[in-house]
Design a protein around this ligand. Structure first.
Ligand SMILES: Nc1ncnc2c1ncn2[C@@H]1O[C@H](COP(=O)(O)OP(=O)(O)O)[C@@H](O)[C@H]1O
Ligand SMILES: [Mg+2]
Length: 275
């Protein structure tokens, strides 16, 4: 079943610097006619160089930004023009995890207050119920009650990302869009965080759109992967297949540029099979 669908989505930003006397002219499309679907229960990887339009696509799918043209479908309904009130229910079903959760936290809020925010917005009025759900959610991301009163600055990068995930799943959404969520973490922490996400997906019946630079994640965790270049999808395949049989020269270029961080990865680079 198709949960979320992009149909011919295009975004053109005004090219701020281009026109004479500071007038803006349309630049090349940041996203250029992208059609993509996220099916229930899958992890769809979205990869491509910085600036190719991944985050813009994600923001349009989440209806955080209007497309210049094209449609967004949620469970088959065209939500492209839905107004605030009608979007509210859908919003709670799809959540975003940012590259740097810490940057999106109010630094003076405790972990409890950060994770409580979506619950308050959704109208959960009882403080006791909120606390219960926060505790349950923190535990599911591997953080216990001891973290309730911590401030973001008192957490490690890995813990901050866990709080970001907790905030995203506290309303029990069905879709998570993860926009390069672990790029600031080192290799072993990234692995752990991916294992956590894989577990949550099973436990909570989630579907993921996983935007990443890290191609080793694609082969291991993505059911399918889409490769984006200059606003377009140039290749789409099952994750493992993409790693082994990428056909588009751009995808091969991305694969060849995977840095070998670990001896095990070097083997992978040479024979293209994931160890
Ligand atoms: N708000 C904006 N205003 C103008 N240009 C933007 C804006 N957001 C993104 N862009 C441009 O759109 C292109 C795609 O950006 P982005 O979606 O952030 O790429 P990615 O996430 O793949 O790195 C880039 O050229 C970027 O400079
Ligand atoms: Mg981005």
């Amino acid at each position: 079943m198709k949960l979320l669908e992009a149909v011919d989505l295009t975004k053109v930003y005004a090219d701020r610097a281009s026109g004479p006397f500071g007038r803006s002219r349309p630049g090349p499309p940041a996203v250029d006619g992208v059609s993509l679907e996220l099916r229930r229960g899958e992890t769809l990887g979205l990869i491509g160089e910085s600036g190719c339009g991944k985050s813009t696509l994600a923001r349009m799918l989440l209806r955080l930004e209007p497309p210049t043209s094209g449609r967004v479908l949620y469970r088959g309904s065209d939500i492209t023009d839905w107004k605030f009130g009608r979007m509210r229910r859908v919003r709670s079903r799809m959540q975003l995890v940012f590259q740097s959760s810490a940057a999106s936290f109010n630094p003076s809020f405790t972990v409890e207050r950060i994770v409580a925010e979506p619950l308050r917005n959704a109208g959960v009025k009882s403080a006791a119920e909120r606390r219960l759900r926060i505790l349950e959610t923190l535990e599911s991301v591997g953080l216990g009650a001891a973290y309730l009163d911590r401030l973001p600055a008192e957490l490690s990068g890995g813990q901050q990302q866990r709080v970001g995930i907790a905030r995203a799943i506290v309303l029990r959404p069905e879709i998570l869009i993860l926009d390069e969520p672990f790029s600031s973490l080192d290799f072993s922490l990234r692995r752990q965080a991916m294992e956590l996400l894989a577990g949550l997906k099973e436990q909570l019946g989630l579907s993921y759109l996983f935007i990443t630079h890290d191609l080793s994640i694609v082969g291991r965790f993505c059911d399918r992967a889409a490769v984006m270049r200059r606003g377009r999808i140039v290749e789409q395949r099952p994750g493992a297949e993409l790693m082994n049989e990428a056909s588009h020269p751009y995808t091969r270029m991305l694969l060849d540029s995977i840095p070998a961080r670990h001896p095990a990865d070097r083997t992978y680079r040479l024979d293209r099979t994931y160890k």
